[in-house]
Design a protein around this ligand. Structure first.
Ligand SMILES: CC(C)(COP(=O)(O)OP(=O)(O)OC[C@H]1O[C@@H](n2cnc3c(N)ncnc32)[C@H](O)[C@@H]1OP(=O)(O)O)[C@@H](O)C(=O)NCCC(=O)NCCS
Length: 201
């Protein structure tokens, strides 16, 4: 048996918890900084949202995720689902306030800066996250996962796929270019220099 790729929507709660841990380990994003409970909530919300397109790559044992990609037309709306259930959210925020207030500050800054920037064109879907476990990198899996994702977006009727990537992330930039993404612009976001990339389907 070889590595298989299946839709995120087919994931059991146990698999989603493992995908969340994989994301937390390989993607040093604000979502990861918020902690595993938020990452788990994010993937649960993604798997339950019909506007989301996501794929999970599984090792030959059929249960261990080694890669994932998730995208949606309104990433801000998916992130907004982290606020429910409300009491759970308040408890998590209070915990952050007392343990890691700087992460909370980043969250507020990020929420303010993305307001109104996304989802202007409903025919474009945004890749939110893509990650491959370090042990399975360099064997073509990231490319395969991205091509499977692009096929699913095409079948769902999207016109284009867009993403932002740090310019210094040479592996990701090279992979995106290889599958056909083009750089639309370079921009600065906080302390990061990023490319905005797009592919027409
Ligand atoms: C970027 C990432 C997804 C690539 O996954 P991968 O499975 O290792 O990539 P692949 O083996 O499919 O490689 C596909 C192409 O990407 C490029 N590439 C991959 N790794 C590279 C590296 N270390 N340096 C330069 N180019 C690289 C090559 O063009 C490669 O094609 P080739 O093998 O014919 O030369 C993986 O490194 C990763 O998970 N990184 C951490 C998370 C991340 O950066 N996600 C992307 C955020 S937008």
């Amino acid at each position: 048996m070889e590595i298989t790729i299946q839709p995120l929507h087919h994931s059991t709660p146990e698999l989603l918890a493992l995908v969340a841990r994989l994301h937390h380990a390989v993607m040093p994003t604000l979502l990861s900084d918020l902690g595993i409970p938020f990452v788990e909530r994010y993937f649960q919300a993604g798997a339950a949202d019909s506007s989301v397109i996501g794929m999970v790559a599984l090792l030959p044992d059929g249960r261990t995720p080694c890669g994932y990609v998730i995208g949606c037309p309104r990433p801000d709306r998916l992130m907004a689902q982290l606020r429910s259930p409300f009491l759970w959210f308040v408890r998590q925020i209070l915990q952050l306030l007392f343990t890691r207030p700087s992460v909370l500050l980043q969250l507020v800054v990020s929420a303010l800066s993305i307001q109104g920037q996304m989802g202007e064109d409903p025919s474009v879907i945004e890749v939110s996250y893509l990650g491959i476990s370090p042990e399975t990198r360099g064997a073509g899996l990231g490319e395969k996962l991205m091509r499977t994702f692009l096929d699913a977006c095409r079948q769902a009727g999207y016109r284009a796929v867009a993403l932002s990537v740090e310019i210094e992330n040479q592996a990701a930039v090279a992979m995106h270019k290889k599958v056909g993404f083009q750089v639309k612009k370079a921009f600065r976001e906080g302390r990061f220099n990023r490319y905005r990339m797009e592919i027409l389907l």
